[in-house]
Design a protein around this ligand. Structure first.
Ligand code: FRU
Length: 507
């Protein structure tokens, strides 16, 4: 019974644990972003929104302030927390790659987002096609510059980051078709406005006015514009950027305001990053290298995008409200689930309790019955013992009475042996009992009637006398109460099968 109680209890505990565990997130995803800027905030928002469709995923996010060494440390510490998957946007490929490789070789699936690594130690990649971005910018310049020669300055992002490398390659390859279009100078703007402004200023001062400045992102393009306005305020310099983000003061606004001439879109697709992560974690098929498309946005396109973005903002706001509602509903559902599990568990516990109590009761009854039976058996045995001892006493009493009777009877017969009048009447008188009683007792104790008993005792005494005395048969016959020797002889013969004459040896 104990075992069944323990088993039931364990089952209930497991049931409760299952109920509770169904509330917890199933997969931990660690995200390492290289920096915190508008582009990445957009990507993070996209990821957060997508998570609503994947409640089993839980994100832990760290951003490295554009510091590769810090990002390596952050990745290592994220890995220490044993995530189910790692998403990384590496600040610089060569510097951050070892940490990514360590995580990958530890068996953690790695999704590289946006900036790529050079090696192969990753599970999937989601990001823009930077070579295509560079080529598209080149294409734009070739199509929009009608003079023979075109001088271009390039403000690059961090030299160690793959977008910087590939955007440059794309631009150079794209311009290669026309030898009059060339990149005259390059500078490292580190992906940010301020360094780009400083570097652009240096270039303008050193090399003079270019026809185009290609900034590898819009932020650096805005910085370059500030430099151009300072150095060549009355000159026309075309500045092209990359990203084309909507939002206050970002690329699209800059195009609308004439700060930038155009920008190549560079999609972040945080939603696709999460979908890919989810597919990897749940063993579904996924595309390993997802290169996102790009398109050129000029002023006309920028106005359209800004308007579209404003409309989108309303929708996004609605989506945010819906997000909150969904989160609230999810919480309510989780709570209700817990209540249901708790109720079922309580009911189960009560049922188990009842079963246990019932079984205890049955067990008690059985023990009680068993005891009752034992008590009764003992009682019966005691009664039987008492009866037996009474019977024994009675038998003993009877035996001693019989003994006494026999003694008296024998004594009477012995004493009156010679008395020929000794018969049933005289004997019953002497013993103070009726003739019938005398007959019954004698018969019961000796198996013969009193008359036969008297005769056989007389004959046995006669035999003793025949053997041990010199008395004659006649004398002996009289001595043992016979009235004649002949009758003694006859009776003696009947009893001993021998004649007294043959016993009595002649002297
Ligand atoms: C943001 C950013 C974007 C650029 C991308 C390249 O940090 O600099 O402007 O397109 O990163 O990874």
């Amino acid at each position: 019974m104990k075992r069944s109680i323990i088993v039931s209890f364990v089952l209930v505990v497991l049931f409760i644990l299952c109920g509770c565990s169904s509330q917890v997130q199933h997969y931990k995803i660690a995200v390492s972003q290289c920096s915190d800027d508008a582009w990445r905030r957009k990507m993070n928002e996209e990821m957060e929104r997508e998570l609503l469709f994947h409640p089993s995923l839980q994100l832990t996010l760290k951003q490295a302030n554009a510091n590769s060494a810090l990002q390596c440390k952050q990745i290592d510490s994220l890995v220490m927390e044993d995530p189910d998957l790692l998403i990384v946007s590496p600040n610089e490929a060569d510097e951050v790659e070892p940490a990514i490789t360590r995580a990958y070789l530890k068996g953690i699936p790695v999704v590289i987002a946006d900036r790529k690594v050079n090696g192969n130690y990753y599970t999937a990649f989601v990001g823009g096609d930077n070579y295509a971005v560079g080529k598209m910018v080149a294409q734009y310049i070739l199509e929009h510059w009608d003079k023979k020669n075109c001088t271009i300055y390039e403000i690059e992002g961090l030299p160690g980051s793959t977008p910087a490398v590939w955007r440059h390659k794309g631009l150079a390859d794209g311009l290669a078709s026309n030898s009059h279009f060339y990149i005259e100078a390059q500078a490292n703007g580190e992906w940010f406005e301020e360094p780009a402004y400083k570097e652009a200023k240096k270039l303008l001062l050193a090399y003079g006015k270019p026809d185009f400045i290609v900034a590898q992102n819009d932020l650096m393009g805005i910085g370059a514009r500030r430099a151009a306005e300072e150095i060549f305020p009355d000159e026309v310099i075309h500045i092209i950027g990359v990203d084309a983000l909507t939002g206050n003061g970002l690329g699209i606004d800059a195009i609308c305001d004439g700060i930038l001439e155009a920008s190549a879109t560079y999609a972040s697709r945080g939603d696709l990053v999460i979908q890919t992560a989810e597919a990897i974690l749940s063993g579904k098929p996924f595309i390993r290298d997802n290169y996102l498309g790009t398109t050129m946005i000029d002023r006309e396109g920028a106005y359209a995008m800004r308007q579209y973005a404003e409309e989108m903002e309303h929708r996004v706001e609605t989506i945010r409200l819906l997000q909150n509602k969904i989160s609230e509903l999810n919480e309510t559902i989780s709570l209700q689930k817990m209540v249901v599990y708790a109720s079922i568990s309580i009911v189960l516990l009560i049922v188990i309790l009842f079963v246990v109590l019932w079984r205890v009761n049955v067990y008690r009854k059985r023990v009680h019955q068993e005891r009752e039976r034992t008590r009764r058996t003992i009682q019966e045995q005691q009664q039987r013992l008492e009866m037996m001892s009474t019977e024994l006493a009675r038998v003993q009493a009877t035996a001693s009475a019989a003994d006494k009777f026999m003694q008296q009877l024998m004594r009477e017969i012995e004493v009156r042996m010679a008395d020929t009048d000794l018969n049933v009447n005289t004997l019953s008188d002497a013993l103070h009992i009726s003739r019938a009683q005398l007959f019954r007792k004698t018969k019961a104790l000796t198996g013969c009637s009193p008359v036969d008993l008297i005769r056989s005792i007389r004959l046995k005494r006669g035999q003793q006398m025949l053997l041990n005395t010199d008395e004659t048969i006649q004398q002996i016959a009289y001595a043992v109460g016979f009235t004649s020797a002949s009758y003694f002889t006859k009776c003696y013969k009947d009893l001993f099968n021998i004649s007294p004459c043959d016993v009595k040896r002649p002297k």
